[in-house]
Design a protein around this ligand. Structure first.
Ligand code: BGP
Length: 470
C-alpha cells in the first residue's frame, strides 16, 4: 500500500554498521587466541584471502573506532571470538583475550557508540569441533559457560546481545562452513541434530543474559528472507510456504515460542532428520525468551514446485544462490529483480515484506544486523573510492525500511554490512562491503590503510538526517 506520509525514524534509532570477528580482526593466533573452525578449514578457493590478517582490526581497532565515530555510528555490531576468550572452547580463560574486548567496548562507549555484540559468528573453537562440535551435547554446556563469562565480564557495558549469527545459514550450508564432521553417514541428519543443540544453547544463553544482566536485551540473529512463489499455481505457493518454514520459521518459532514449526518438523520427520527432543529440552527451549529479533537480509527468494531434477539439499555453498530440494521446492530466478556483480538478486521491497512477515508473526522489535552490497571496489589513483552502486542499494533499502516503519512495524535499528572492508565468507577480499576501504589485496597486504569511500560520506548524512537522503 502507498502512504501519503512516511513516519519518521525514532530519535533512539540505532543507525549502525556490522562486522564479525574472524572476517575483520586478523591476529588469528595473537596473545593466546586458539584456532577456530574457520582457521582450520581447508576448502578455501585458491587465491582467496585467508583470515590470518584480515583487515588487521585487532591491531588497529582504535583507529577504526575513531572512523566509526566520524561516520556518526550510534551502534557497532561486532562479534566476540570465542577462541580469544577460551582458546580451546571449554578450558582455561585467556585474560589477554578478555582484555582486548574490554578495550574495544570501552573505546566504543567513549565515542558514544552502542556495542551490539554477537556471541558466536561461525567461528566455533576447533578444540570443540575435534570433540564432535555441535553434534556433541557437551558443546551446549561449553557455550553456556562461555556466555556466562561474556555476560559477567561485559554485562555492565553491553545492552544488546545477539546469540548465534545465521544459525540457519550454518545448517542450510553446513558443509561449506566446516560444521559436518568428516565421514558423517547422513550429513543432513547430523546437521539437524547440531541445529537442535544450537537451539538449546541459544535458549540457555538468553536465560543467562536475563539472569546476570536483567537490564540487557538479547535476541537471535538468523538470516531471514521472504519467499515468493514463482506463480499463482497453488503448487508453487505451497513450495514457497514449505521453503519459508524450513528456511525461516523453523529457527524463529523455536527461539520465540520454544516449539518447532509444524511444517518444518514434518519435513524433518519425512526425511528421517528429526532430532531427539526430550522433555527437558522442551523446558529449556521454553525458558529462553528473546527481547527482540535481529536479522540479516540481503535478498528475497523465489521458488517453484519441485521437479524430479531438483538437486539434493545442502546448498550451493553460496548462501544466496538458491538451488532447491527434490520433493520440496526448486529455486528460480525472479525476472523482476536485478543482480549484483556477484550474482545476488537485489530486492529492497523484499526487505519491507520481510519486516512485515516477521512482525506479524512474532510482535517483537526488529533490528537489521546485516544488509549490503558486495562489490569489487576500485581505489582510484587520486585515492578516492567511488561506490554509487552501494549508495543506491542502501538508499533503496532504507527507503523500504521507512515504509515498513510506516506500516506499523517496530524497528530498533539498522546495521548494514559492513562498517569496514573485511574478508568475505568465501569470496575473499575482492568482494567488499565496507564504508571504509582497506588497502590490501588477496595475498598482498599492501599498506592496510583505511580510506573513506563515497558511501561513508553519504551514510554520515543519512545518520545526521535520521532518515534517507538522496
Ligand atoms: C552473511 C554472514 C556474514 C557475511 C555476509 C556476506 O551470511 O553473516 O558473515 O559474510 O553474509 O556474505 P559473503 O561474505 O559471502 O558475501
Amino acid at each position: 500500500m502507498d502512504h501519503s506520509q512516511t513516519r519518521p525514524f525514532p530519535a533512539s534509532f540505532l543507525w549502525g554498521a556490522s562486522t564479525s570477528a574472524y572476517q575483520v580482526e586478523g591476529g588469528w593466533n595473537a596473545d593466546g587466541k586458539g584456532p577456530s573452525v574457520i582457521d582450520t578449514r581447508t576448502q578455501l578457493p585458491a587465491g582467496t584471502a585467508d583470515v590470518t590478517v584480515a583487515s588487521d582490526h585487532y591491531h588497529r581497532f582504535a583507529q577504526d573506532v575513531a572512523l566509526f565515530a566520524e561516520l556518526g555510528l550510534r551502534a557497532y555490531r561486532f562479534s566476540i571470538a570465542w577462541t580469544r576468550l577460551i582458546p580451546d572452547g571449554d578450558g582455561a580463560v585467556n585474560p589477554d583475550g578478555v582484555a582486548f574486548y574490554h578495550r574495544l567496548i570501552d573505546a566504543l562507549l567513549r565515542a558514544g557508540i552502542e556495542p551490539v555484540v554477537t556471541m558466536y559468528h561461525f567461528d566455533l573453537p576447533a578444540g570443540l569441533q575435534d570433540k564432535g562440535g555441535w553434534s556433541n551435547r557437551g558443546t551446549v554446556d561449553a557455550f553456556e559457560r562461555y556466555v556466562r563469562l561474556l555476560v559477567s565480564e561485559y554485562g555492565a557495558k553491553v545492552c544488546h546481545w545477539l546469540t548465534i549469527n545465521e544459525q540457519n545459514t550454518m545448517i542450510l550450508f553446513g558443509s561449506a562452513l566446516g560444521l559436518v564432521p568428516p565421514g558423517s553417514a547422513d550429513p543432513q541428519r547430523e546437521l539437524y541434530r547440531q541445529n537442535h543443540h544450537m537451539l538449546l544453547a541459544q535458549a540457555r544463553a538468553m536465560a543467562v543474559v536475563h539472569q546476570l544482566a536483567p537490564q540487557a536485551k538479547v535476541g537471535p540473529a538468523p538470516n531471514i528472507a521472504c519467499v515468493y512463489p514463482a506463480s499463482c499455481d497453488p503448487l508453487d505457493v505451497l513450495a514457497a510456504d514449505d521453503f519459508s518454514a524450513i528456511r525461516n520459521w523453523l529457527y524463529l518459532d523455536v527461539a520465540v515460542h520454544g516449539r518447532y514449526n509444524p511444517t518444518a518438523w514434518s519435513y524433518l520427520v519425512e526425511r528421517g532428520w528429526a532430532p531427539e527432543v526430550s522433555a527437558d529440552d522442551l523446558a529449556t527451549l521454553r525458558a529462553g525468551r528473546p527481547d527482540f529479533i535481529a536479522f540479516n537480509y540481503y535478498t528475497s527468494h523465489t521458488v517453484a514446485a519441485a521437479r524430479d531434477d531438483s538437486p539434493a539439499a545442502g546448498g550451493s555453498g553460496d548462501q544466496h544462490l538458491l538451488i532447491g530440494e527434490p520433493g520440496v521446492y526448486r529455486g528460480v530466478d525472479n525476472p523482476h529483480l536485478q543482480r549484483t556483480g556477484f550474482g545476488w538478486e537485489m530486492d529492497p521491497i523484499g526487505l519491507r515484506n520481510t519486516f512485515r512477515q516477521l512482525y506479524d508473526r512474532y510482535r517483537l522489535p526488529l533490528l537489521v544486523t546485516e544488509n549490503g552490497l558486495g562489490a569489487d571496489d576500485v581505489l582510484e589513483p587520486d585515492g578516492a573510492v567511488h561506490d554509487p552502486y552501494r549508495i543506491d542499494y542502501l538508499h533503496q533499502h532504507i527507503t523500504q525500511m521507512q515504509a515498513a516503519l510506516t506500516d506499523g512495524v517496530e524497528i530498533m535499528g539498522y546495521c548494514p554490512w559492513s562498517a569496514i572492508d573485511l574478508v568475505s565468507t568465501h569470496q575473499g577480499m575482492r568482494k567488499r562491503y565496507g564504508f571504509v576501504y582497506v588497502d590490501r589485496g588477496e595475498d598482498d597486504l599492501r599498506t592496510l590503510d583505511r580510506i573513506r569511500k563515497d558511501s561513508f560520506h553519504w551514510y554520515r548524512r543519512v545518520i545526521t538526517a535520521n532518515g534517507p537522503v538522496a
